[in-house]
Design a protein around this ligand. Structure first.
Ligand code: RFL
Ligand code: PHB
Length: 385
């Protein structure tokens, strides 16, 4: 088998890359570890930046997102017994976010690829990369796929990054002393906009998926077994953390899904080796507090598509050679923002009264100074490409 671009992983990065390349007449094959159903059901991100929304619309896969996605023009920060709105329409006019589940983006992209006779091979457990500095090849299930370049879009635990020899890549990491328990519930949201709450009991986030389905996150200890969280305990804890302002009542309902996500910051530099290009979570991870992971994956793929288009059209590898450097500027801005939001809103060591006072001081600043609030708003809706 032969293709122009061999893509490892059918997450948002791999699928969008395959779709954008197809629109430019460039052929690709996507190889995916899991089955289609698993890819389409995995509940993860929910916040799309303005640039992500624009790109999905411009590339013809935004129809359902325009119908079912929820545009939001602000978020709420809740701490110290009061609520504070960050108004995007005032601080970053014309830019907003759209709440639309990552698995819906994945469904839309898979449907678009299959409708265009695109090749996605699901359920392949043994993908391996070969000769990425010479004649790149992917092997799987006894088959060989020869390609001009390989895109490693296989997430943090994939095979692409580990196939790069030791010493080529430098990594930069930060771990956090907590995880998130994510909860999906069949209950109308109790809020119109996302609520980020800092409380002495830990952080809580109230998000949503539709007028009938709500999404919540609770700060929990690292490696917390999900079994420690029966439904009644989840509702009691969400109530204790979110009903921290007068007049707010949390509605409860049947819980559809719950899982624990570790919190981590990670960057691999450079994001390329020979003719292997890493994109999305394969190259970098952010803690979800800033809602940036999916959006960064989209931004990488946008840069890689332009570089490949240029290479095939002109023979010049200039943009491909600059791929990592082009992506890393945005990656590090998102790294800082995600670390900052995480540090600002979570409960750290209960004995660290000094740290707690610093958090409160910065929250007071962000909620009273237009300059500080604009910093939050422009990063949250996404810096311009
Ligand atoms: P993905 O989505 O992990 O996809 C990688 C794909 O590669 C497959 N794979 C392999 N395929 C072949 N061979 C192998 N050996 C393979 N190993 C793995 C996997 O099965 C999978 O299909 O990476 P991608 O495409 O880079 O996309 C990244 C995003 O998924 C991720 O950054 C976001 O989900 C992060 N994130 C959020 N990002 C946002 O922008 N906004 C948010 O609101 C947001 N909230 C979140 C999040 C992530 C969360 N979790 C669970 C980590 C909330 C949570 C709770
Ligand atoms: C979500 O809706 O899943 C979500 C929203 C905001 C975040 C993270 C996740 O910061």
């Amino acid at each position: 088998m032969r293709t122009q671009v061999g893509i490892v992983g059918a997450g948002p990065a791999g699928l969008l890359l395959s779709h954008l390349l197809h629109l430019r007449g460039i052929d690709s094959v996507v190889l995916e570890l899991r089955d289609r159903d698993h890819c389409e059901r995995r509940v993860r991100a929910g916040v799309l930046e303005q640039g992500t929304v624009d790109l999905l619309n411009e590339s013809g896969v935004g129809e359902r997102m325009r119908r079912e996605g929820l545009p939001h023009h602000g978020i709420e920060l809740r701490y110290g017994g009061s609520a504070h709105r960050i108004p995007f329409e005032k601080l970053v006019p014309g830019r907003a976010i759209t709440v639309y589940g990552q698995q819906e983006v994945v469904k839309d992209l898979i449907a678009a690829r299959l409708a265009a006779s695109g090749k996605i091979v699901f359920d392949v457990p043994d993908v391996a990369l070969h000769d990425v500095t010479g004649s790149p090849r992917l092997t799987f299930g006894g088959e060989t796929l020869e390609c001009d370049v390989i895109a490693g879009c296989d997430g943090f635990h994939g095979v692409s990054r580990p196939s790069i020899p030791d010493g080529v890549i430098s990594t930069f990491e930060r771990d956090y002393p907590f995880a998130w328990l994510g909860v999906l519930a069949r209950v109308p949201p109790s809020t119109e906009e996302l609520v980020y709450a800092r409380t002495p009991r830990g952080f809580a986030l109230h998000s949503m998926r539709s007028p009938e389905v709500s999404r919540f996150y609770l700060q929990v200890p690292p490696d917390e077994p999900v079994g420690n969280w029966p439904d009644e305990r989840i509702w009691a804890e969400l109530g204790a953390r979110l009903e921290s302002v007068p007049g707010f009542a949390l509605q409860s309902g049947p819980i559809l899904e719950k899982s624990v996500t570790p919190m981590r910051s990670f960057v691999a530099e450079p994001m390329q080796y020979g003719r292997l290009y890493l994109a999305g979570d394969a190259a970098h991870i952010v803690p979800p507090t800033g809602a940036k992971g999916l959006n960064l994956a989209v931004a990488d793929v946008r840069v890689l598509t332009a570089a490949l288009e240029h290479w095939y059209a002109t023979g010049s590898a200039d943009l491909l050679d600059a791929y990592s450097a082009s992506c890393l500027k945005r990656v590090w801005r998102a790294q800082h923002f995600s670390w900052w939001m995480t540090t600002l809103l979570h409960t750290f060591d209960h004995d660290d009264a000094y740290g707690e006072r610093l958090q409160t001081s910065y929250l007071d600043y962000v909620t009273s100074s237009e300059a500080a609030a604009t910093t939050l708003a422009e990063n949250y809706v996404g810096m311009p490409w």
